[in-house]
Design a protein around this ligand. Sequence first.
Ligand SMILES: [Fe+2]
Ligand SMILES: [Fe+2]
Ligand SMILES: [Fe+2]
Length: 415
Amino acid sequence: MEKMSLKELAVPMIKAIDSFNFLLKSHHRRTAVISYYIGKELHLKDDELTDLVLAAALHDIGALSVQEKKCLIEEDVLRPSPHCLMGCKMLSSFDAFGNIARIIKHHHVKYEESRQVEEGEILFQSHIVHLADRCDILVNPDLFILNQKKKVVEKIREKSGTLFHPRVFRAFEQVAKKDIFWIEINYLTMDQLFRRIDFSIDYELSVEKLVDFARTISRIIDFRSRFTASHSYTVAHLAYLISGYFGFSEERRTKMMIAGYLHDIGKLGVDPALIEKEGGLTDEEFNLVKLHTYFTSQILSELSSSVWFHEIVLWAERHHEKSDGSGYPFALDDSSLDEGVKILAFSDIISALMEERPYRKGMPSEEAFDLIGNMLADRLSPEMFVEIDNHRDEIEDMVKQCYAHSFEEYYSGRS
Ligand SMILES: [Fe+2]
Ligand SMILES: [Fe+2]
Ligand SMILES: [Fe+2]
């Protein structure tokens, strides 16, 4: 396999999590820029700076529901810990992100309270992300940033020593004297920022690490709502299982699994309120949800120059296409859809039907398979469906296992 480094894989994902973020547009990028400036001023070592910038660029990923995200925008976060714990939980399964997960876990700890916590428990970068986060919230996006310098610094000064670490505040005060700091909060792109850091945790990824990373990303997508908490995880495991029935090699089965984990990454760009909506979607709302396949395609296109990833990207971006050309977004016909896409599409439908929705219970497998057989199999591949249907019991077991595993993780991260 040709090599892909962690940086090549992580940067497009982190950029996507920020720029496609429906509710907190650019907040991660801006907090990362502020953190970078403070970290530089404090002469953090390369590895500490890498962890700081990545943690800042991901710090609110644990804020899942609309409600949680709204309360983050308010100035004083009253009950911050669930989103900190969840963010930590989501990332800690990927070992290179261990420190990043810890920084996120404590990014709302007040300086005066941090001294009661055991020494070494809180990484210093948590204090930087804390101040950077509040700095961004204090900037009014409707007013030109350079006209707000004084007011923002004064507001933060009031809480130095209580909310904020005094050393972090002093570094912030220094960088805040320079216009370039404020200008770059608005204009520095995530790409430009990542080019400035050494990315000290970069290394060539093994296939196992690729799978681990894709699983970590899938949690960010799935855990936005309890109704989808197992979705990509289940699709990944079904795609791996079902591709075995069609003689796929172990390597291609693993690629199917990664495609399953990433196929709905574009949902990050869709309003989570639509996923939680009771009573089903209107046609207009469904059209908005359909956009997610286009976003998936955009996000993953940065990986498609890698020969190893090429197939994964094609499968993921085509998972709602149909053989008769009635799918979206490309309206491809059968000649463009290989077995891999169809396996992913079947896995997606099985998982979706058996999941609970705000407006209905999860379907028993009998009902789900009958419905697919009657309404959908013809538009994908009736022959393939016969083979899949032969393994109904095994598939049902797999769905149940995936549910049990995902919900345990979902609820344990929230307590
Ligand atoms: Fe934040
Ligand atoms: Fe989808
Ligand atoms: Fe899906």
